[in-house]
Design a protein around this ligand. Structure first.
Ligand code: PGA
Length: 245
């Protein structure tokens, strides 16, 4: 059974997940984390930043899930800039420990291969934190007829681009059409996965991921195949049958 935790609100969820991550770093100082962007993890990053002194982050390695094509150098709108502002400016992961895809690389396929090699060289990901799109995507693995196993270039769904417009001052026309993303096998090879969802707009996708068929039409449903995934929800994102903690 998948452990599902439901919290009263996103702050309580963020506090508990921050505690979980801090405890893991204390046990395993060279922890390898996979990290999401988007709005969902911002409360978590705020809590980790506030509690930065509770763990030594100097040996932690991180790998972000995805990045927009055309960004990646920390310019406004890039996920790298978001991560710096929200987390890395506050916790002591050294710059060389922070793994990012570079959406500005001249050879994007080569950049994807480099990322896979870097993750493998780090010994794989110990804990991957994931958000979920309202359409059931994880990282930028969008619903479709097929899924791609490894880190790759992807065209973003209109719904996904709209959900990211806030990063570009609300201007949808500035949201890149494409991104680089870890693939489904990259994600499923993580030793543990924490799926985080908050707000009513995620409840249906969460319910389908937990209880629906495993289908490329809802990439998060593939998490059902993972032996060590946990689901962290606020009350609004809770499927009706999951009881509140
Ligand atoms: P959000 O995105 O946190 O901005 O809702 C989640 C995701 O698309 O994975």
């Amino acid at each position: 059974m998948t452990p599902i935790s439901v919290f009263a609100d996103e702050e309580a969820l963020a506090e508990a997940l921050a505690t979980h991550i801090i405890e893991k770093i204390r046990r395993t100082p060279a922890l390898v984390l996979g990290l999401p962007t988007g709005r969902t993890p911002l409360a978590l990053y705020r809590r980790l930043a506030a509690r930065a002194q509770e763990a030594d982050w100097s040996r932690v390695r991180t790998f972000n899930l995805d990045e927009f094509v055309g960004t990646g150098g920390g310019e406004p709108g890039s996920y790298r800039a978001l991560m710096d502002a929200e987390l890395f400016d506050h916790v002591g992961v050294p710059p060389e420990g922070r793994g990012f895809l570079d959406g500005r690389a001249s050879d994007l396929d080569g950049e994807c291969r480099r990322y896979e090699q870097e993750i493998a060289a780090a010994g794989g990901i110990d804990l991957l934190v994931l958000g979920i799109g309202g359409n059931g995507h994880i990282a930028f693995n969008e619903p479709g007829d097929t899924l791609i196993a490894r880190t790759h270039r992807v065209a973003l769904d209109p719904q996904t681009r709209a959900a990211n417009a806030w990063l570009f001052a609300g201007d949808l026309s500035r949201v890149p059409q494409e991104a680089l993303t870890m693939g489904m096998a990259t994600i499923l090879q993580a030793r543990a996965i924490a799926l985080v969802a908050t707000g009513p707009g995620k409840a249906e996708a969460v319910q389908q991921a937990l209880e629906g068929p495993v289908t490329t039409r809802l990439p998060a449903s593939f998490l059902q195949l993972h032996p060590a995934w946990s689901v962290w929800l606020d009350d609004d994102a809770r499927p009706r049958r999951a009881s509140r903690r």
